[in-house]
Design a protein around this ligand. Structure first.
Ligand code: CU
Length: 146
């Protein structure tokens, strides 16, 4: 590697660290619109390398990935404890609160632009029969992803 290449690589890496943003997703028993058991925002669009701080309103909520671009992006946050997750893979991530999954406590995170949502749609369609509430919101969020 030439010195210039190394220098350029360093610039690239350094700038991506500087540009990485932190987002907040609240895990709430009662949402702002009165809906029960929600991720707020439910659909979040972030850049590769950004971090999301999942903040549970109380000890009954956590955030568990159930559709990820690849296995290295899986995560499972502790109950009732704000936890930061960095998303380093481009694609669509579906997140659930484990005890409230049946109630549709689900979040959708788009990581990067022009993502392929085929896997997320397939994973969602495979399990949506087990969800009793809020299914349309997940369908809508997935439809918004381009
Ligand atoms: Cu919950």
């Amino acid at each position: 590697m030439t010195k210039l290449t190394i220098f350029s690589l360093c610039l690239l890496l350094c700038s991506s660290v500087v540009n990485a943003k932190e987002h907040i997703v609240n895990l709430k028993t009662t949402g702002n619109n009165g809906k029960m058991m929600v991720f707020e925002p439910m659909l979040l669009q972030i850049s590769v390398g950004d971090t999301v701080n999942f903040i549970p309103s109380d000890t009954s909520h956590n955030a568990v990935s159930f559709s990820v671009p690849s296995d290295k992006s899986t995560f499972n946050t502790p109950y009732g404890k704000a936890t930061k997750i960095t998303f380093s893979e481009k694609g669509v991530v579906l997140v659930k609160c484990l005890p409230h999954f049946v109630m549709g406590m689900i979040g959708v995170i788009q990581v990067g632009d022009d993502v392929d949502k085929t896997k997320a749609l397939a994973d969602w369609n495979a399990i949506k029969d087990g969800v009793a509430m809020n299914k349309e919101a997940v369908d809508k969020a997935l439809a918004k992803i381009k």
